[in-house]
Design a protein around this ligand. Structure first.
Ligand code: PRP
Length: 178
């Protein structure tokens, strides 16, 4: 796939992402004050959001990573999820906040949440920068949502277009050629 010269238009600006990230961090600061918090970032897409979000938090927290592989080779979502990189940390009796870049069909998050719940955490909550609610195939909602977006293909700020463009500082909508 030639990913040069693709077209996009900005959907969420860098400034709006920064502002909303600070707001989300204030909520999580308040809700998890005094709790043993571990952020679990679902790679790859969420790494950019995690990096900015964790630097806005003021409460103590740990960070770990999990990676899932899905069904996606195209710009649509359908199929089966599997764990390709497991946690390093023990989350037994700890408060888990899953950090996602986007909830689309909900299949990934549903799988990750059920997988993590097997490790007996004290609680599991979900933080996502983007929520594509219209595209949901399973009933799952995040506890903290940055932006609800329409059912468009988006890239940038961690999200890829055939593995490229994760480094954009904003979220863009992909414009398909005619
Ligand atoms: C993206 C995103 C979520 C998932 C959401 O990951 O980071 O994990 O899709 O889609 P869903 O709700 O339809 O399951 P992706 O599988 O594209 O992998 P990546 O983060 O490594 O790019």
């Amino acid at each position: 796939m030639d990913t040069h010269d693709i077209s996009w238009q900005v959907m969420i600006s860098e400034e709006d992402i920064q502002r909303r990230t600070r707001e989300l961090a204030r909520m999580v600061d308040a809700d998890f004050q005094g709790k043993d918090l571990i952020l679990i970032c679902n790679l790859k897409g969420a790494f950019v959001f995690l990096a900015d979000f964790c630097r806005e938090l003021t409460i103590l927290h740990e960070i770990d990573f999990i990676a899932t592989s899905s069904y996606k080779g195209t710009t649509s979502s359908s199929g089966v999820v599997r764990i390709v990189k497991d946690l390093k940390s023990d989350i037994n009796e700890r408060h888990v906040l899953i950090v996602e870049d986007i909830v689309d069909s909900g299949l990934t998050l549903d799988y990750v949440r059920r997988y993590l719940s097997l490790h007996n955490p004290a609680s599991i909550q979900i933080l996502t920068l983007l929520d594509k609610r219209e595209a949901r195939k399973v009933a799952i909602e995040a506890d903290y949502v940055g932006f609800v977006i329409p059912d468009k293909f988006v890239l940038g700020y961690g999200l890829d277009f055939f593995e490229h463009y994760r480094n954009l500082r904003f979220i863009a909508e992909y414009i398909s050629p005619e």
